[in-house]
Design a protein around this ligand. Structure first.
Ligand code: ADP
Ligand code: MG
Length: 595
């Protein structure tokens, strides 16, 4: 028997209990490191009826007392959210559903004795949920139990579909109360409100700051904390995310590292609430990003230039098309593919003496896999657009195969590219859209990113404008996109960097060079949903793990985003700071670093 198996199966507590409501049923319970084993004793079942409640599905356990004065029994209730089959219009699906099991301690005729047993069980269960080490040779007393946590919850009422508050009342608050988490809930009133709030909070009052929104609100929180004079203490504050935005990349990474299947919408939210209740904290890399004015900000997710940042920001102008705007934005970008000239320099991570660099391999026949989804944009994924997206994609894939561009019923807004309606093109010689992109100039950036000098020194980076050390590699190219990513996911179903870990100390630099066919580009993004794009091969697509990089756009206009938020356009450079932040990942069994 392996050591881990023996530990997992070790019985910590064993007992026989009645249930509530009492129906003459009795159970034998055994608590192990991984689950509660329940066996019915009375009435004796015909078969050996046992069930197991996994600890990973539990959020909390409370002891209770009956209102009846003569009732000397004590009770404990276990709250869990196991996956269950649920009937839907066509067939069935599996979703997490609440389950409460209440057991009656009736061993003694004295309430105090029964209560002590109930407390012991509740303590052990709460320790296991929060991964506090207990073993069968330990006396289980209430002192072992971690004190109840206090979280500052920051909710963006405008994030995603604008239903974060509703999600909060329906799912989040009831579950975290079962986990004995106390909280203050603050709704942001405007952009940068959260950033300002965290600058002045008393750090000692909180065990964590949790954003209920998309990645943008977390970007505000991290930068607000970094702007404090006590930023080093502030950075130790555990930060968490409950996905209620349209871009939920970090939540998807948390979900992945916990070993859950890729999920979206409320399924992703429920997984993340469960993980928050477990509460384990993991160090997380932050990347210091300096833009051309000398402004420095800290990023936890990505830096994007070209295709990805264009779709992210430009799809705003298709708002009048409702939820289809992202899909259309993507198809517009594929149709009138732009390239950007730039100089990209990076400090590669050495594998022995050679830099690690891989060209992504796309199968050479270039045949277009059946287009089921066109998940090309991080913010599409959680908006329940799949159906609509499929229709648009099928149309556009048909158009791609015939060389004809899709046309949409809704008229484009004034100024949107006309290519969508008129052009024909051949795939293998892509006539790139070299017209000057209709992008805003640097002073048009959305969120203001204040200049601040706090944070660790960027010891790998000379100031922008000064030459780079010889150990750096420089390429000058026409790019379709450049992406620095340091999480596994770029969106809830964009599994862009499967090998990335929270604290691997790496920026995964991807770039796609001009010359790639539209077909290949579309295939690249489609296969990203499952992460299989890394098995593909194309000389146009490159991945390099780096410690730092500098990007000098040579095309006059364009869009740069950091964590999906627009920043000033121009030369930009970045360096990773290993484990600078602390993320509530909920699982100490996070997947191990690959490098
Ligand atoms: P989404 O994923 O839906 O885009 P985010 O959390 O990324 O959600 O937030 C989107 C933007 O909204 C961010 O730039 C954030 O700073 C901003 N924001 C935060 N609170 C508010 C608010 N109360 N009103 C308007 N914008 C806000
Ligand atoms: Mg990483």
């Amino acid at each position: 028997m392996s050591k881990t198996y023996r530990q997992a199966s070790e019985t910590l507590l064993h007992g026989e209990f009645g249930v509530y409501p009492s129906k003459g049923i009795r159970y034998a319970l055994s608590l192990t490191q991984t689950g509660l084993h329940i066996q019915r004793l009375v009435p004796k079942p015909e078969d050996d009826q046992r069930t197991v409640l996994p600890i990973t599905d539990m959020v909390g356990c409370h002891t209770l007392r009956s209102r009846g004065v003569n009732d000397c029994h004590a009770y404990f209730s276990i709250y869990s959210y196991p996956m269950k089959k649920k009937k839907v219009a066509v067939g069935s699906t599996r979703t997490r559903q609440r389950s409460v099991r209440t057991f009656r301690v009736d061993e003694s005729s004295e309430y105090e004795k029964n209560q002590a047993i109930a407390e012991k069980w509740a303590t052990a269960i709460k320790c296991l949920i929060q991964e506090v080490a207990i073993s069968s040779d330990m006396e289980i007393t209430q002192e072992l139990q971690p004190r109840s946590r206090r979280f500052l919850l920051l909710l963006n009422p405008c994030g995603g579909r604008g239903n974060a508050l509703q999600q909060c009342h329906t799912h989040i608050l009831p579950i975290i109360s079962e986990a004995d988490i106390s909280y203050n809930l603050i709704q942001t009133e405007r952009q940068n409100h959260a950033r300002e709030l965290v600058q002045s909070i008393n750090l000692e009052e909180w065990d964590g700051i949790v954003v209920i929104s998309g990645d943008g609100l977390l970007f505000e929180v991290i930068n607000g904390l970094m702007e404090r004079p006590d930023w080093e203490d502030a950075m130790r504050m555990p930060i968490g995310i409950l996905p209620c935005g349209s871009g939920n990349a970090l939540a998807a990474a948390v979900n992945f590292h916990a070993g859950f299947e890729q999920a979206m919408g409320s399924e992703l939210l429920l997984n993340c609430i469960l993980l928050l209740c477990r509460g384990t904290v993991t160090p997380m890399d932050l990347v210091s990003v300096t833009t051309c004015s000398g402004t420095r900000c800290f990023s936890f997710l990505s830096i994007a230039w070209g295709f990805i940042s264009d779709v992210d920001i430009e799809s705003e102008k298709y708002r009048h098309m409702g939820s289809a705007r992202f899909t259309v934005g993507t198809m517009v970008r594929v149709a009138s593919l732009r390239t950007y000239r730039g100089r990209l320099s990076y400090l590669p991570v050495l594998d022995g003496h050679r830099p690690i660099c891989r060209s992504i391999t796309l199968s050479p026949n270039g045949s277009l896999a059946p287009l089921q989804r066109s998940q090309l944009h991080r913010t599409i994924s959680d908006m329940g657009l799949c159906e609509e997206r499929n229709v648009l994609c099928k149309r556009s894939s048909a158009a791609l195969e015939t060389g004809e561009l899709p046309s949409f019923e809704t008229s484009p807004s004034p100024g949107s590219p006309t290519a969508l309606h008129t052009s024909r093109f051949s795939f293998d010689s892509v006539p790139d859209d070299q017209s000057e992109p209709d992008h805003m100039l640097p002073n048009d950036v959305g969120p203001s990113v204040n200049s601040h000098v706090n944070g660790p020194k960027d010891d790998l980076l000379p100031p922008l404008g000064q030459p780079l050390p010889k150990s750096w590699v420089t390429v000058e190219e026409d790019f379709v996109l450049v992406l620095g990513i340091y999480q596994t996911h770029l969106g809830a179903d964009l599994f862009t960097a499967p090998f990335s870990r929270f604290d691997d100390g790496l920026i995964h630099l991807f770039f796609v060079k001009a010359g790639i066919s539209r077909t290949t580009l579309v295939r690249l993004f489609l296969s990203m949903e499952k992460g299989t794009h890394i098995e593909m091969e194309s000389p146009y697509v490159v991945h390099i793990p780096v410690k730092a990089f500098r990007l000098e756009p040579l095309t006059r206009k364009g869009i740069l985003t950091v964590d999906g938020e627009r920043v000033e356009y121009g030369p930009v450079q970045a360096q990773v700071h290993r484990g600078l932040g602390n993320l509530i990942s909920g699982s100490s069994k996070v997947r191990m670093t690959a490098f």
